[in-house]
Design a protein around this ligand. Structure first.
Ligand code: NAD
Length: 492
């Protein structure tokens, strides 16, 4: 991406985040009185470390963690690439082997999402790319040989979200260790214990087999103070932040390079040419995944009026339950609190909860296996405009595909994260893809197809949006280096 474009995107997103930062974080970047790292004392009390400090990557002090990770990184780069590959494969295998127990531990700690998907998100980490992405390119000519190589940064500071605590940590480990880096992690406080557990297990296994401890370090308990210490530590040349508006904003304002995997609010457009059965099944699949915690998950649908009722029928057939307008009003009252300044705040108690819990809040009774609630709203509705991460998806009736696209993009708020379209009209797909200019664009599939699940491509849980790196890979965490051997080694 060219520099001017990156700056434009960053400026636009900073503006958006400024305008909208309070929607989920109580105006100051956190939900008041909740688990966000606003009050360091409270955090320390609530998240007392359960693992021994100083052992196998668990640290309470950022300086100590950086020192330990720095030593580990020096040892890592002395290993062969085959050994690095073996470490990455070990981490992938551990995530898969422990998926059942770690998935449950993560759900018990975070209390959001679904067990089946918590487990699956760990099993599919094998789709995250590793050492194979580091391919040295070469040019040879009259003037000699030029190598294009990808070198590590050193120690990378990472911030991870509560929505996928162990998966994001692990995907970052796979990518970053593959490219020769060590890590200092500040996980979300509400998912810190499970992240620390995985950190310890990875280090124990890596130390036993390769003699390197503390390749991944995790700060326990993570606080705003420790995040700040990571942001400002001279031993950390690169930040990688995965999270919502407040942390994205903080990282975009940091004094060092930051790769920012920020928030989204993915809209879906359904036009009159769409296969409605496929559209409905895809929307259920994507939006119900982990109770709509995925940042790429379908959050609101804009459907042309000529097929709107038929789409709703297909949605019911696909397993969604339709709330009436009274029930939607009830749910909205409980899902959002609007403060005296008119700023909405999402009720954390309903984020990532089962559809049956939302139905109860709406005063509706649904079959226990119901995965997703839906209902008709207008385009200005809070459920349309806010990234609410609940298994309720609002459907907006529009006159034309053009109107659907316009409203869809308004609801995406310029995050340039993810957008989805269901259409057999190539012109509409092309037009929306160009207009949306998002990082992940899916046509005629469920949103997870954009991460290689039911689509082509590879997986990562950090999708760099405002800073433009896209779905991260080991190459994202490398420094380009040119090696030029002048006047020799041209063999032809
Ligand atoms: P969150 O923003 O509450 O927390 C994310 C991380 O940032 C946590 O570790 C938190 O402790 C930390 N944090 C929050 N405010 C901070 C600040 N001011 N300074 C330093 N650290 C701070 O988000 P969440 O609820 O954990 O995750 C959901 C959000 O993350 C959604 O907005 C979702 O779209 C986004 N997300 C994006 C991606 C992506 O790849 N783009 C992936 C997953 C989640």
């Amino acid at each position: 991406m060219n520099q001017a474009l990156v700056q434009d995107v960053v400026a636009e997103v900073m503006k958006r985040l400024d305008e909208r930062r309070s929607s989920r974080f109580g105006g100051g970047g956190v939900r008041a009185g909740e688990d966000a790292p606003a009050n360091d004392e409270k955090m320390r009390e609530r998240h007392a470390p359960t693992l021994p400090i100083g052992q196998h990557g668990i640290f309470s002090d950022v300086n100590q963690a950086v020192d330990a990770a720095t030593e580990a990184q020096k040892k890592l780069v002395k290993l062969s690439l085959d050994d690095r590959d073996a470490i990455v494969k070990l981490v992938k295998r551990m995530a898969k082997d422990n998926a059942q127990s770690w998935g449950k531990i993560e759900l018990d700690e975070t209390k959001i999402g679904r067990l089946d998907h918590k487990i699956e998100k760990l099993q599919i980490l094998e789709l995250v790319p590793g050492v194979e992405f580091l391919k040295t390119a070469a040019d040879s000519g009259s003037n000699g040989l030029c190598l294009h190589e990808f070198a590590p940064f050193g120690v990378i500071g990472i911030i991870t979200p509560v929505t996928h605590s162990i998966p994001t940590l692990t995907a970052n480990v796979i990518n970053m260790v593959a490219s020769g880096n060590a890590i200092v992690a500040n996980p979300h406080p509400s998912g810190a214990n499970c992240a620390a557990l995985a950190t310890r297990e990875y280090n124990k296994a890596i130390a036993a087999k390769f003699g390197i401890d503390h390749l991944v370090t995790c700060i326990v308990p993570p606080t705003l103070e420790t995040a700040d210490a990571i942001f400002n530590h001279r031993g950390i040349p690169l930040l990688v932040v995965t999270g919502g508006p407040a942390v994205a904003r903080a990282a975009l304002g940091a004094k060092k390079r930051a790769i920012v995997a920020g928030p989204g609010n993915p809209p879906v457009v359904v036009d009159e040419t769409a296969c409605l059965k496929n559209a409905a099944e895809s929307i259920v699949k994507g939006a119900a995944y982990d109770n709509n915690l995925l940042c790429i998950g379908e959050k609101q649908v804009f459907c042309v009026e000529s097929v709107f009722d038929k789409l709703m029928q297909q949605m019911e057939r696909a397993g969604a339950f339709i709330l009436n307008s009274r029930q939607i009003d009830e749910l909205t009252k409980k899902a959002f609190r609007v403060d005296p300044k008119g700023i909405p705040h999402v009720n954390k108690d309903l984020v990532g909860r089962d559809a049956s819990v939302l139905a109860e809040a709406a005063g509706a009774r649904v079959p226990p296996a119901t995965q997703l609630l839906i209902g008709e709203t207008d385009a200005k509705h809070l459920f349309v405009q806010e990234e609410q991460m609940m298994p309720f998806v609002p459907f907006v009736r529009v006159r034309s595909a053009e109107e659907a696209m316009d409203l869809a993009l308004q609801s995406e708020h310029g995050y340039r994260h993810t957008a989805i379209i269901h259409s057999r009209n190539l012109d509409n797909i092309t037009k929306f893809g160009r207009m949306a200019n998002v990082t992940v664009f899916v046509a005629n599939g469920a949103s997870p197809a954009g991460l290689g699940l039911g689509g082509q491509g590879y997986l990562s849980y950090s999708i760099a949006t405002p800073t433009g790196e896209g779905i991260t890979t080991p190459l994202t965490f490398t420094r380009y280096r040119r090696v030029m051997i002048t006047g020799s080694l041209r063999m032809i």
